[in-house]
Write a protein that binds this ligand. Structure first.
Ligand SMILES: [Zn+2]
Ligand SMILES: [Zn+2]
Ligand SMILES: [Zn+2]
Ligand SMILES: [Zn+2]
Ligand SMILES: [Zn+2]
Ligand SMILES: [Zn+2]
Ligand SMILES: [Zn+2]
Ligand SMILES: [Zn+2]
Length: 271
C-alpha cells in the first residue's frame, strides 16, 4: 500500500479531516485548522487586544500528524511521505481528507469553496461564486457578497455557511433568512424588497378586503404609497383590516402594491 493513504480520515479536528496541523503565522501557535485558531483566539480569548483571525494565505509551516515533523507547506510530508490532505490547495494552504465536499479553488474569489466547480460560476459584478442555477437569473449588485449579513452581521464572502441571494440581489445567510421568515419578515433588510413570492399572501389579503367593508370614518381617506418592489408611487383609498389587528391600512392597486404596516416593502404615508 502506498504511504500516501496511510491514516486517511484518522486525523483532524471538528472542522476538517487532515493529516497535519498548521503553525499560525500570526501568533506562532499550532492549531489543527484556522477555525480552531479563530475560535481559540477570539471566542475564548479574554484580552480583546489579543483577539485576531488567522491570515489563511500566509501559513508557511505545517506539522505532519503522523511523524510530527514541521516543514514548509506542501501536500506530501517530506519526512514520512504521507499525504497530509487528499484535497490540497497551495494558494489557501488548505488540506482536507474529506473530498466528498467537492472542494475547488476559485481564482477570482481567491479562496477555496465547496460544492463542485461545475456547480458554480463566478459573477464578476457580485464578486463571488454563485450556484449555476443563478447564472443570468439573478439581480447583480456590485460586490454583493463583500459585506456583512444584514441579520447576524458576520462577513458573508468567506462564510462557511450557506448564503442565499434574495431576488433584489442582496445576500444573507440561508439560516438568517429562515429566521426572518419565522418572525414573519418577508422583506430584504437592506432595500425592503420582497424576499419571496408574496402572491399567496396578497390573495389572502384580497379576500380579506372584500370581506370587510370600511367604517365610515375611513371610507374616504386617501393614502400615498411608494412600492419598494416596483418603485411606483400612487394614492389609494385606505382599507382597515379588522381580521389582522396588527396591520393598519391596506389597499391595492391593479399590480398588487400593498400597503400594510407590517410590510415594509411599502413606504407609507397617510394623507
Ligand atoms: Zn494567531
Ligand atoms: Zn479545526
Ligand atoms: Zn510525516
Ligand atoms: Zn484555495
Ligand atoms: Zn469565485
Ligand atoms: Zn451577479
Ligand atoms: Zn447571517
Ligand atoms: Zn435587497
Amino acid at each position: 500500500m502506498s504511504r500516501l493513504t496511510v491514516g486517511i480520515g484518522d486525523y483532524g479536528c471538528v472542522h476538517y479531516r487532515r493529516r497535519c496541523r498548521i503553525r499560525s503565522p500570526c501568533c506562532g501557535k499550532v492549531f489543527s485548522c484556522r477555525h480552531c485558531h479563530n475560535d481559540a483566539m477570539n471566542l475564548n480569548e479574554r484580552d480583546p487586544s489579543k483577539r485576531h483571525d488567522l491570515p489563511r494565505h500566509s501559513v508557511e509551516r505545517v506539522i505532519c500528524s503522523l511523524c510530527g515533523s514541521e516543514q514548509e507547506v506542501s501536500q506530501v510530508c517530506k519526512k514520512c511521505q504521507v499525504c497530509m490532505g487528499e484535497y490540497f490547495c497551495e494558494t489557501c494552504k488548505f488540506f482536507d481528507d474529506d473530498t466528498t465536499k467537492n472542494q475547488f479553488h476559485c481564482v477570482s474569489c481567491g479562496i477555496c469553496r465547496v460544492g463542485g466547480k461545475d456547480n458554480f460560476f463566478h459573477c464578476e459584478k457580485c464578486g463571488c461564486c454563485y450556484s449555476i442555477q443563478l447564472q443570468k437569473r439573478h439581480f447583480c449588485v456590485e460586490n454583493a457578497m463583500h459585506h456583512n449579513c444584514p441579520v447576524c452581521f458576520n462577513y458573508l464572502f468567506d462564510s462557511v455557511d450557506q448564503i442565499a441571494v434574495m431576488p433584489c440581489g442582496h445576500t444573507i445567510h440561508a439560516f438568517c433568512l429562515t429566521d426572518m421568515y419565522r418572525h414573519s419578515q418577508y422583506s430584504c433588510p437592506m432595500c425592503s424588497k420582497s424576499v419571496c413570492d408574496m402572491s399567496s399572501m396578497w390573495d389572502t389579503l384580497d379576500r380579506e378586503v372584500a370581506a370587510t367593508p370600511m367604517p365610515d370614518i375611513y371610507r374616504d381617506k386617501m393614502v400615498w404609497i411608494l412600492c419598494n418592489d416596483c418603485g411606483e408611487s400612487s394614492s389609494l383609498f385606505s382599507h382597515y383590516c379588522s381580521e389582522m389587528p396588527s396591520m393598519w391600512f391596506l389597499q391595492y392597486s391593479a399590480d398588487y402594491c400593498w400597503l400594510i404596516k407590517f410590510f415594509p416593502q411599502l413606504i407609507v404615508q397617510i394623507l
